[in-house]
Design a protein around this ligand. Structure first.
Ligand code: NAD
Ligand code: MG
Length: 397
């Protein structure tokens, strides 16, 4: 029986995780659930899974959730704030932590899980992008295990030999020459640059293949998501950025590929449903049922591939540049992008201005070096956010 904390239980990944968990009551026990909003949903998840703890962001949410739980005669204890998120991620009664909070807010609890040596199911790519070196060092020193949930990285992981899966730093010894990340191209894959100037938040969030939270949906539309994933792969698999390529594959059936020295390429295929990578990581090294239907290749008919267009999707170029600089780029780019995406979703800036904010902030921090501790990461993140906020008005004008 594995004891599980789900950080970000009320989100898209959190709900898919609980869907898989509910299929295996004999294998998983839920220790804690967390969510910042959608308190009715969080209460109903507590009723269904009876965790010891539920963690929310503030006192008002806690009072509301406590009321909902009392009405339902549910005995889950309600906790509040970042400290409590870290506590339920690091608790000695927990084996596995699903890290599915979106954005930089997920860093501290995920890091707490790493330091406490947990098995971490990592969906929260922003945590790794902003704090790559610090995070991977915490994983090593805490003797934690990271299993990637992002479908591309999960696919890469599945295509690695078992020996390399245990020590992903051993990619060279395993004969790996290159990783190829697939990208759907998002809702604007074939849109003209002119159309893209004036798209709305709802259009940007209407992803053709995946149902996801709004932040990652906008990232998919700008292809910043693939940029963040490039950085994620760099830290996770210890590979230089020039050995990680991106190919647009509109059907989202091949989730990524690994190329070997002898010319072989191994791919992982499946329906675009996050319950597959979630079930893979939950069960690893065993295979467990996920609820995902089998892939009908004849119905799909063909698989297409294209080179990404860096002119319409400059964010992908920025991610490579961020890894080629003096070391602060990934953290800075992530912070700028979180501010820019939020501003776009609120109607403050246009879609193509997201990349402009990101590029300008990246330029201004070009001479900053790699943050070496959590404190340095948080300070750099705050600086880059402040600069991005200042630039919003300029860029929108
Ligand atoms: P979402 O917006 O649907 O859910 C986010 C969750 O985080 C919610 O539970 C929310 O309450 C919580 N949260 C948000 N801000 C918080 C804060 N400040 N403090 C505490 N909790 C907070 O997002 P999602 O689509 O589930 O994505 C979650 C993560 O997984 C992201 O990092 C995303 O990039 C990654 N991911 C998602 C998908 C997908 O298919 N949805 C695929 C790959 C990777
Ligand atoms: Mg992905």
């Amino acid at each position: 029986m594995q004891s599980l904390t789900v950080l970000g239980a009320t989100g898209s990944i959190g709900c898919s995780t609980l869907d898989v968990v509910a299929r295996h009551p004999d294998r998983y026990r839920v220790f804690a659930l967390t969510g910042r909003e959608r308190l009715e949903l969080l209460a109903s998840q507590c009723r269904q899974f009876s965790p010891e703890y539920a963690v929310v962001a503030d006192a008002q949410s806690a009072a509301r959730l406590e009321q909902l739980l009392r009405d339902a005669q549910c005995r889950t204890e309600v906790l509040v704030g970042v400290r409590s998120l870290c506590d339920v991620a690091a608790d000695s009664r927990v084996d596995t932590v699903m890290a599915a909070i979106v954005g930089a807010a997920g860093l501290q609890p995920t890091l707490a899980a790493a330091r406490a040596g947990k098995r971490i199911l990592l969906a929260n790519k922003e945590a790794l992008v902003m704090a790559g070196g610090v995070f991977m060092e915490a994983v090593r020193s805490g003797d934690a295990t990271v299993l990637p949930i992002d479908s591309e990285h999960n696919a890469v992981f599945q295509c690695l030999p078992a020996g390399v899966q245990k020590n992903v730093a051993g990619l060279d010894a395993g004969g790996v020459t290159r990783i190829l990340l697939t990208a759907s191209g998002g809702p604007f894959r074939t849109a003209s640059l002119e159309t893209m100037q004036s798209v709305t938040p709802d259009e940007a969030c209407a992803h053709p293949n995946w149902q996801m939270g709004r932040k990652i949906s906008v990232d998919s539309a700008t292809m910043m998501n693939k940029g963040l994933e490039l950085i994620e792969a760099h830290f996770l698999f210890g590979l230089a950025q020039d050995r990680i390529d991106v190919v647009v594959h509109p059907q989202s059936v091949i989730h990524s590929l690994v190329e070997y020295r002898d010319g072989s390429m191994l791919a992982q295929l499946g329906n675009p449903d996050m319950r597959t990578p979630i079930a893979h990581a939950l069960g690893f090294p065993e295979r467990i049922a996920s609820g995902v239907g089998s892939l009908d290749l004849a119905a799909i008919g063909k698989l297409d591939f294209e080179v990404p267009d860096l002119e319409r999707f400059p964010c992908l170029r920025l991610a490579r540049e961020a890894l080629c600089g003096k070391g602060a780029g990934a953290c800075v780019l992530n912070a700028a992008n979180e501010i820019a995406v939020e501003a776009f979703l609120r109607g403050r800036i246009g879609f193509m201005q997201i990349a402009r904010v990101n590029e300008q902030v990246l330029d201004r921090f070009a001479d900053r070096s790699t943050p070496k501790s959590l404190g340095e990461v948080l300070a750099l993140d705050a600086d880059a956010r402040a600069t991005a906020n200042q630039l919003l008005d300029e860029v929108a004008a």
